[in-house]
Design a protein. Structure first.
Lengths: 313, 593
C-alpha cells in the first residue's frame, strides 16, 4: 500500500511538472503578444519592448520557467500584471467559493445519481424509461443555459432567489443557501443524468453476474444482496464516474460562476485570460492541476480499498 | 478530457455480429429521427444564405429587443438584429468548430492508437502516458487559459479541444488493435504476405468503425457545448454570430429581452441531443438483440388451489407426509418473452421426480432446456422467462404458491445449488469465509462464531487442506477446483434435502472432475440427499446417477434407471447420444433420415 501511494504521488508530481512546463512553452511562444495585450492597440513598439523586458518575458524559456518554478515551490506564484496583488492571495479568496460550489454539487449529484441509477437498474420498467429520457435531455442542455433559464424564471420572474452574487457560509447560512441553490441546481442536472446512467449500467452489469444468482439460490433476501453484494461490486466504476464528474464540474463552474456572478476561480481565470494576466492564469492552472491530482489520488485509494484484486497487486 | 464526454467510451465485443448493424440502426425510430434532425440542421446552416429571412448582422435601432412575432419572427436582439437569421447563420461556425474537434481528435487518436496497438513498445508507453495526462485535465479551464495565448480564435481553440479529446479515440483503437492483433485471421493475413498497412486497414479499421462513429457523435455534442461555453464567456469571435455568442447577448439583456434566451439554447440542445441519440442508436445497433429491453418477468399466476395451509416450519414443508416425492415437476412449460411480444417456450411440458437419496441425471445437448428446468425449480429463471404452465412441488407443496419470503426459506434450508462456473459464482469482493457464513447465519439464525466453526468443518469435509487460510482468501486467490469445492460446501451448508447441480464439473480440469463427482456422491450418501444433476456428459451420468432423463428440444424422450438406459436404450435420440459419447458403445447405425 505504501509503495502504491508513493508511486501515485510521484506520478502526480510529474503530472504537475508536465502541465506547468507545457503552459510555459505555450506562453513563451506568445511572448510579444502579452505586452501588447496589456498596453492596448495604440502602444508603440518601444513601449511593448520595454514592458516585455520589465515583465521578464524576453528571457530564455528555461530561465523563465525555472525562475517561476523556484518561486512556486516556496508558495510564491508571482504578482498579477494588472492588480498588483499576489496571485496566492487572489487564489485564496476565490478558492472557497468554487470549492463550496463544486463540493456541494458533487454531493448532491452523487446522492441523487446513485439513487436514480440504482432504482432504474433494479426496477426497470417506466422508471428506467423515464430516466433515460431525462438523461438525454439533461445531457443535451449546456449547464450555463440551464443556469440562465433558472435565473430568468426563479430570480427575475418569480423573485424567489437573488439573480447574482455570493454570500459566504460564515457570514450567513441562509444567505449562502439562497445564493448557492440556483448555481448548484444548474451544475448538477447534467451530472445527475450522466452519473445515473453510468451507475445504472454498472448495477445492471453486476445484476447479470452468476454469483448474484447463486446468492439468491442461497436464500438471501433481495435487499441484502443489493446493498451488500451488488452495490459493493458496482462501487469501483461508480467512484471513477464521480471523480470524472468532479473534474467536469471544475470546468462547468467556470461558466456557472459567470452566469451567477460568483467570485470564484472560474471568473478569476476568465478575467485573467481576457487581459493576458499570465501569473494569475498559471496560478489557476496549477491550483486546478493540484485539485485534479488530489482527487485522482483519493479515487485510486478508494478503488484499491474497495476492490480486493487491486489491493493485493 | 473525458469529463466532458457524454456517455463514456464504448465497449466493443468483437464477437458481436456485425451484419445488420445498419439495418438495426434504421429500425430504431429515435435514432433515425435524430439523424434526420441533425441533417436538417446541417443543411439549414449550409444554405443559410438562401433560407434565412434577412441579414444576421444588419442592425435596426427600432428592433432592439423587439418581441417575437413581429417583423422579426423570433424578435430582435440587443443590437436590433434579426434573431432567426442570426440563429441560422450562427450554426455554421458552431458546426464547423465541432467538425474540427472531431477530425483533429479522430485523426490523432486513431493514428496513434493504431501505431501504439500494433507496434507496442516505447511509442505505446509514451502515447499512453500522454493520453492519461490529457484525459485528467479540465477542458474548459485549459481552453480559457489558452485564450491568453492564442486570442479570440475559436476554430483554433476547437482544434486544441480535439487534441484533448484524442485520448478517447486512442484508447478504444489501441485496445481493439491489441485484442485482434493476435487473432488467427490476422496471423493468416500476415502469413499470406499482406503488409502491415493492409492488415490494419482491412481488419482493424473495419472492426473499430462503429466505436469511432459513436465517439465522434459524442465528441461532436460535447464540442458544441464547450464552444458555446467559450463564446458565452466572451472568448469567441465577436464579429461572427454563434449560438454561444447569442446566449451571451441574451445574458446581457436578461431583464429586457427574455425571448433571446430560448432560441440559441434550444438550438444547442436539439443539435447535441441528436448527436447523443445517434451515438446511442449506433451503440444499441452494435450490441444487437441483447440491448433490446428486457421486460420484467411476469409474476406467475397464483392458482386458486393455493388455499392449502402454507408451511411455516423453517422451510421444511409441513405436508411432507402427503407426498413421498422430494421433488416433483409436473407438466412444466417454461417460456420467454420475445421482442415481438410473443412467448417462446423452451421447455414443453415435462414431468420429473426426484426421491430422497436418489441422484437423477438430466442429460441432453446444450439448448435442450435442462438448465431451464433446474432454474425453474429454484425460481431463478432469467428476466423474461417464467413458468407458463405446470408446477414444481417440493414434498407436495407447490413452490409457485409460496410468498417470496417463504421461497427464500426453502432456498436457504431445503434446496442447495451447485452452479457450473466456479469462479464466476463467487462474489469477487468478499472473502470465502464471509460468503460461506452469511447464508448460514441468515437461514439457520446461528451466531457468527458458530457459522465460522461449521464453515471450517465443511471446507475440511469437501477436501480443502487449509480451511482457515481459504476462509481468509478472496475468490481470485484460489483455484477453480477449490472454488467448486467451496461452492459445494456452500450448497450443503444449511443441510438441504435436495441438491440442484447444474453441470458441476463442466468448467473443471478432467483430473478434478472425478474428484468433484466423488465428493457429490459421498455427500449424497452421507446425508441421504436427493440430487438433480444437469449434465451433457453421459460419462458423468454413468459415474454417479441412479436414474436418468434424456432431454431433446425441451422434452424428455426417455426416463429410466441408469442400467436400463445403458443396457437397453429405446429412444433413437438416446441411442445416438450414447453412440456419440460412450467409448466402446455399439457402432453407430447409419443415418436413415
Amino acid at each position: 500500500m505504501a509503495t502504491f501511494f508513493l508511486r501515485r504521488t510521484i506520478a502526480a508530481v510529474v503530472l504537475l511538472f508536465a502541465i506547468t512546463a507545457l503552459a510555459y512553452v505555450l506562453i513563451y511562444t506568445a511572448g510579444g503578444n502579452i505586452a501588447r495585450n496589456i498596453l492596448g492597440e495604440l502602444a508603440t513598439q518601444e513601449q511593448i519592448d520595454a514592458l516585455t523586458t520589465e515583465l521578464g518575458l524576453d528571457r530564455p524559456l528555461v530561465v523563465q520557467y525555472v525562475d517561476w518554478l523556484r518561486n512556486a515551490i516556496t508558495g510564491d506564484l508571482g504578482i498579477s500584471f494588472f492588480t498588483g496583488t499576489p496571485v496566492v492571495d487572489s487564489l485564496a479568496t476565490r478558492l472557497p467559493v468554487s470549492l463550496s460550489l463544486v463540493t456541494l454539487s458533487i454531493l448532491v449529484s452523487t446522492v441523487i445519481g446513485v439513487v436514480l441509477g440504482v432504482t432504474a437498474a433494479v426496477q426497470r420498467g417506466w422508471i428506467d424509461r423515464g430516466m433515460q429520457i431525462f438523461s438525454v435531455i439533461a445531457e443535451s442542455l449546456p449547464n450555463f443555459f440551464v443556469g440562465l433559464v433558472l435565473v430568468s424564471v426563479f430570480a427575475i420572474t418569480l423573485g424567489l432567489f437573488p439573480a447574482t452574487g455570493y454570500i459566504p457560509l460564515q457570514d450567513s447560512v441562509s444567505g449562502w443557501i439562497s445564493t448557492i441553490t440556483l448555481p448548484v441546481t444548474a451544475l448538477v442536472i447534467g451530472s445527475i443524468a450522466s452519473g445515473a446512467q453510468q451507475i445504472r449500467s454498472a448495477v445492471l452489469d453486476v445484476l447479470k453476474k452468476d454469483y448474484v444468482r447463486t446468492l439468491r439460490a442461497r436464500g438471501l433476501s433481495e435487499p441484502v444482496i443489493l446493498f451488500q453484494n451488488v452495490l459493493r461490486n458496482a462501487a469501483p466504476p461508480a467512484v471513477t464516474v464521480v471523480s470524472l464528474q468532479f473534474i467536469g464540474m471544475l470546468s462547468g463552474a467556470v461558466l456557472i460562476e459567470r452566469v451567477f456572478a460568483l467570485p470564484g476561480l472560474g471568473s478569476l481565470a476568465v478575467d485573467a485570460a481576457i487581459r493576458g494576466d499570465i501569473p494569475v492564469i498559471m496560478g489557476v492552472l496549477v491550483l486546478t492541476a493540484i485539485i485534479v491530482v488530489i482527487v485522482n489520488l483519493l479515487v485510486d485509494l478508494a478503488v484499491t480499498w474497495i476492490n480486493p484484486k487491486a489491493r493485493v497487486q | 478530457m473525458s469529463d466532458l464526454l457524454i456517455g463514456g467510451e464504448p465497449e466493443i465485443d468483437p464477437s458481436a455480429p456485425r451484419l445488420g448493424v445498419l439495418r438495426r440502426y434504421l429500425r430504431n425510430p429515435l435514432a433515425v429521427t435524430a439523424t434526420v434532425v441533425l441533417a436538417v440542421i446541417v443543411l439549414a446552416c449550409i444554405l443559410a444564405g438562401v433560407i434565412a429571412p434577412g441579414s444576421p448582422t444588419f442592425s435596426r435601432l427600432d428592433m432592439v429587443n423587439a418581441p417575437p412575432g413581429g417583423e422579426y419572427i423570433l424578435g430582435g436582439d440587443g443590437a436590433g438584429r434579426d434573431v432567426l437569421s442570426r440563429l441560422i447563420y450562427a450554426g455554421r461556425l458552431t458546426l464547423l468548430g465541432a467538425l474540427i474537434t472531431v477530425v483533429v481528435a479522430s485523426v490523432i487518436g486513431v493514428t496513434s492508437g493504431l501505431i501504439a496497438g500494433y507496434y507496442a513498445g516505447v511509442f505505446d508507453n509514451i502515447a499512453g502516458w500522454a493520453a492519461n495526462l490529457l484525459i485528467v485535465l479540465p477542458g474548459t479551464i485549459v481552453l480559457v487559459s489558452l485564450f491568453a495565448v492564442i486570442g479570440p480564435n475559436i476554430l483554433l481553440s476547437m482544434a486544441v479541444l480535439g487534441v484533448m479529446f484524442a485520448p478517447s479515440f486512442f484508447r478504444v483503437v489501441r485496445n481493439q488493435v491489441i485484442a485482434v492483433k493476435n487473432e488467427l485471421y490476422v496471423d493468416a493475413a500476415r502469413v499470406s504476405g499482406l503488409s502491415n498497412m493492409r492488415i490494419i486497414a482491412r481488419h482493424i479499421l473495419y472492426i473499430v468503425r462503429a466505436p469511432i462513429i459513436i465517439l465522434s457523435a459524442s465528441i461532436a455534442g460535447a464540442a458544441i457545448v464547450v464552444q458555446a461555453g467559450l463564446e458565452f464567456l466572451g472568448l469567441g469571435d465577436p464579429a461572427t454570430p454563434t449560438w454561444g455568442g447569442m446566449l451571451q447577448d441574451a445574458y446581457a439583456n436578461l431583464y429586457t429581452g427574455q425571448h433571446l434566451l430560448l432560441p440559441p439554447g434550444l438550438a444547442i440542445g436539439i443539435t447535441v441531443g441528436s448527436c447523443i441519440l445517434i451515438a446511442n442508436g449506433v451503440r444499441d445497433a452494435l450490441e444487437g438483440d441483447e440491448s433490446t429491453r428486457v421486460r420484467r418477468p411476469r409474476r406467475p399466476k397464483v392458482r386458486s388451489q393455493q388455499s392449502r395451509p402454507r408451511p411455516r416450519t423453517n422451510g421444511v414443508p409441513a405436508t411432507a407426509a402427503d407426498n413421498g416425492a422430494l421433488l416433483s415437476v409436473s407438466d412444466l412449460v417454461v417460456g420467454y418473452d420475445t421482442d415481438t411480444g410473443d412467448t417462446k417456450n423452451v421447455v414443453h411440458g415435462i414431468d420429473l421426480t426426484v426421491e430422497r437419496g436418489q441422484i437423477m441425471g438430466l442429460v441432453g445437448e446444450s439448448g435442450s432446456g435442462k438448465t431451464q428446468i433446474a432454474l425453474s425449480v429454484l425460481g431463478l429463471l432469467p428476466a423474461g422467462g417464467a413458468v407458463r404452465e405446470g408446477a414444481v412441488f417440493l414434498h407436495g407443496v407447490d413452490l409457485a404458491g409460496l410468498s417470496p419470503r417463504q421461497m427464500r426459506q426453502v432456498l436457504g434450508r431445503t434446496i442447495g445449488y451447485i452452479p457450473q462456473e466456479p469462479m464466476s459464482n463467487l462474489d469477487p469482493s468478499f472473502k470465502i469465509g464471509h460468503q460461506l457464513t452469511k447464508p448460514m447465519r441468515s437461514a439457520l439464525r446461528i451466531s457468527s462464531a458458530e457459522a465460522r466453526r461449521r464453515a471450517e468443518a465443511l471446507l475440511e469435509r469437501v477436501g480443502i487442506p487449509e480451511p482457515r487460510r481459504v476462509m481468509g482468501s478472496y475468490p481470485h486467490q484460489i483455484s477453480g477446483g477449490m472454488a467448486q469445492r467451496v461452492l459445494i460446501a456452500g450448497a450443503v451448508s444449511c443441510d438441504p434435502a435436495l441438491l440442484i447441480a447444474d453441470e458441476p464439473t463442466t468448467a473443471l480440469d478432467v483430473t478434478v472432475q472425478a474428484e468433484i463427482l466423488d465428493l457429490i456422491r459421498d455427500l449424497q450418501r452421507e446425508r441421504q440427499l436427493g440430487v438433480l444433476l444437469v449434465t451433457h456428459n453421459f460419462g458423468v451420468v454413468a459415474d454417479i446417477c441412479d436414474r436418468v432423463a434424456v432431454m431433446k428440444s425441451g422434452r424428455i424422450v426417455e426416463e429410466r434407471s441408469v442400467h436400463e438406459i445403458f443396457d437397453d436404450p429405446r429412444d433413437p435420440y438416446t441411442i445416438s447420444l450414447l453412440a456419440s459419447t460412450v467409448e466402446g458403445a455399439p457402432l453407430r447405425a447409419p443415418l436413415t433420415s
